[in-house]
Design a protein around this ligand. Structure first.
Ligand SMILES: [Zn+2]
Ligand SMILES: [Zn+2]
Ligand SMILES: [Zn+2]
Length: 85
């Protein structure tokens, strides 16, 4: 399987910044699933959630790769290349 992502060098050993979506917690909102930024450890909510904070984080920070922060899920996603890793 060919991986076409050129951003793998931006993956770091990150510590999750929170146990929930930081922005949603502040807003008192709920989310559907969580995503973890693999460059800085930002935790944000997925695109099925109202506020899509994981995607907002990508637009603000340009950190390309996140992974699912759900128990048992280990897929990663590159926003720039739009591929699963
Ligand atoms: Zn990539
Ligand atoms: Zn959120
Ligand atoms: Zn980040």
């Amino acid at each position: 399987m060919a991986i076409t992502c050129t951003h793998l060098d931006q993956i770091r050993e990150v510590t999750p910044s929170a146990r929930g979506c930081e922005e949603c917690v502040k807003l008192g909102e709920r989310w559907v699933e969580l995503r973890l930024c693999l460059t800085c450890g930002h935790v944000g909510c997925c695109d099925s959630s109202t506020h899509k904070h994981a995607t907002s984080h990508f637009h603000q920070s340009h950190h390309p790769i996140m992974r699912s922060f759900e128990p048992g899920a280990d897929w990663k996603w590159c926003y720039v290349d739009a591929v699963y890793l």
